[in-house]
Design a protein around this ligand. Structure first.
Ligand SMILES: [Fe+2]
Length: 512
């Protein structure tokens, strides 16, 4: 303990200083002595643990010493010395923070007892401070770790939520790269996917990768680590590429992780994510590796589902196209009608900011909007003369029949509703439900315009096509009554008056 505490003795009397020095032997290391305030100043400023001071000094008093001692070391323990006739000054100093008072002449036994207690008291103060400091640091550290973990969990939740809302594998890959970059601070990330045509792996998205390396097919023989990941489906972690015998490329920590899916009872690697350059000498911890596995597993499932869904969509699309073709084949006058209506609807939908999913639905609905006519005899569909009331009623059933044809396929549920309402009118006088205004699906309102436009600008069995200016007049007559005014204005601006004629118009017999 003696080595751990410093002592300053301030008194003008050599005999008093000596008495204190002798009483302190073994309690403190090498006491420092001063005859006055000015001589004590440097020691006080440097910080002393225990100060024994006369209250009345030639150039100051005990209170000044106490103040300077606390300023130099807030844990300083101050013992005052005073003559027996100056008790009031000593009591006042006790109130101001002195630890104890010694009366002169000093008793060696009492002085040692007081010094001993002063040393113990200082040790307790020091321990308390250490405990508080440890507690404070622990608390700060805990807070930082909780904040970091909370931020990480938030990022992962956002990642999962966003992943589930994506429509394509490419979008999922881009989200994956952005997430890894944010949570791991990697400067260089690349994602390779297996191309379905050749079975080779190509970079489909990257950050920090030289331009010449991107968008090119990778020869696995040139990339032994990636090759191993593809062959084994197991993550590879190299602490330092520069020291790794498996490759002579790059340096620093490197992780290569598979994206895989189950197919025909076995796990197939369809992609690889490479992560590196976290900053010089920053390794991937076990925690990082677990995180990378979790995120990659989630991305694997999402990409696998999206890929399956895209294949399913393609298959549905083929079916939809075949149905539409079969329908239009029954009537040479309506050849290409569904495709043209679809294309016009998609132009307006795009201008209106439809999401990818909504664009898909309006496309399917456009291709199938008249599929309900498939059960109507050709004699009615292609009748050159006016339809009877009964025949007309049969024609009017086609939106409901069409909804029934596709409505049982969950994927086409939204398209089915659009089909049901493509003959509704803004003023509520349409069919089959007589819906009015915004109660009609927006896609159906757009489709009603495109359908009418195409019907009037092409030859039909019962009449010749009308000139475009007359068609425009007819459409504008229905603005706000038959048609949604906002949709009609956009249609006129972006489709009917467009100078850039989409390729589908080429399929029409003529365009004025
Ligand atoms: Fe129709």
């Amino acid at each position: 303990m003696a080595e751990e505490h410093s002592l300053l003795i301030v008194d003008s009397s050599e005999s008093v200083r000596k008495a204190v020095r002798l009483a302190a032997e073994g309690l403190v290391a090498r006491p420092v002595e001063a005859v006055s305030m000015s001589q004590a100043a440097a020691s006080l400023a440097g910080g002393v643990d225990i100060v024994v001071t006369e209250i009345c000094l030639p150039d100051g008093d005990g209170e000044a010493v106490l103040r300077q001692a606390k300023a130099g070391n807030d844990l300083a323990v101050v013992v005052a010395m005073t003559a027996e006739d100056d008790v009031s000054g000593a009591v006042e100093l006790l109130h101001k923070g002195a630890f104890s008072v010694l009366s002169k002449p000093l008793s060696s036994q009492v002085t040692r007892q007081v010094l001993s207690r002063a040393v113990e008291h200082h040790a307790v103060l020091r321990q308390n401070r250490s405990a508080r400091e440890i507690e404070r640091r622990y608390s700060e550290d805990l807070e930082q770790r909780v904040t970091a973990q909370t931020s990480l969990i938030t990022s992962l939740l956002e990642f999962t939520n966003e992943l589930n809302a994506l429509a394509t594998v490419q979008e999922a890959v881009e989200l994956l790269v952005g997430t890894f970059r944010r949570i791991l601070n990697c400067e260089r990330i690349s994602v390779l996917l297996k191309t379905q045509e050749t079975g080779q792996f190509a970079i489909v998205h990257s950050v920090g990768v030289p331009l010449e390396m991107t968008r090119r097919t990778l020869d696995l023989e040139d990339a032994p680590i990636v090759k191993r990941v593809v062959e084994t489906g197991v993550l590879v972690h190299a602490a330092d590429l520069g020291q790794d015998g498996r490759t002579d490329r790059g340096r620093g920590a490197f992780v290569s992780v598979p994206l895989s899916m189950k197919r025909d009872g076995h796990r197939e690697v369809f992609g690889v994510i490479n992560l590196t350059e976290r900053g010089l000498g920053v390794p991937f911890s076990d925690h990082d590796i677990r995180l990378i596995r979790s995120v990659s597993d989630a991305a694997s499932v999402a990409c696998s589902n999206l890929r399956n869904r895209q294949q399913l969509e393609r298959s549905y699309f083929d079916t939809v196209g075949a149905l539409a073709m079969a329908l239009e084949a029954k009537d040479r006058y309506t050849h290409g009608h569904s495709q043209r209506v679809t294309s016009m609807c998609m132009i307006v939908a795009d201008v209106m900011g439809f999401s990818n999913l909504d664009m898909d639905q309006i496309m399917f609905a456009g291709m199938l909007h008249d599929v309900g006519k498939i059960g109507i005899p050709e004699a009615i569909l292609c009748k050159p003369s006016q339809l009877t009331r009964k025949e007309f009623e049969r024609i009017r059933e086609h939106p409901v029949v069409g909804e029934g044809v596709v409505g049982h396929i969950s994927f086409l549920a939204t398209a089915a509703k659009i089909i049901r309402h493509h003959h509704e009118r803004w003023d509520g006088k349409g069919y089959p439900d007589g819906l009015r205004g915004n109660a009609i699906e927006l896609s159906s309102r757009i489709m009603a315009i495109a359908d009418s436009y195409d019907a009037m600008t092409t030859d039909r069995s019962y009449r010749r096509k009308l000139p475009v200016h007359q068609v425009m007049d007819e459409l504008m007559k229905g603005r706000g009554t038959q048609f949604d005014a906002e949709c009609l204005d956009l249609f006129v601006k972006h489709v009917a008056e467009s100078k850039s004629i989409p390729s589908f118009f080429g399929e029409r017999t003529e365009r004025s």
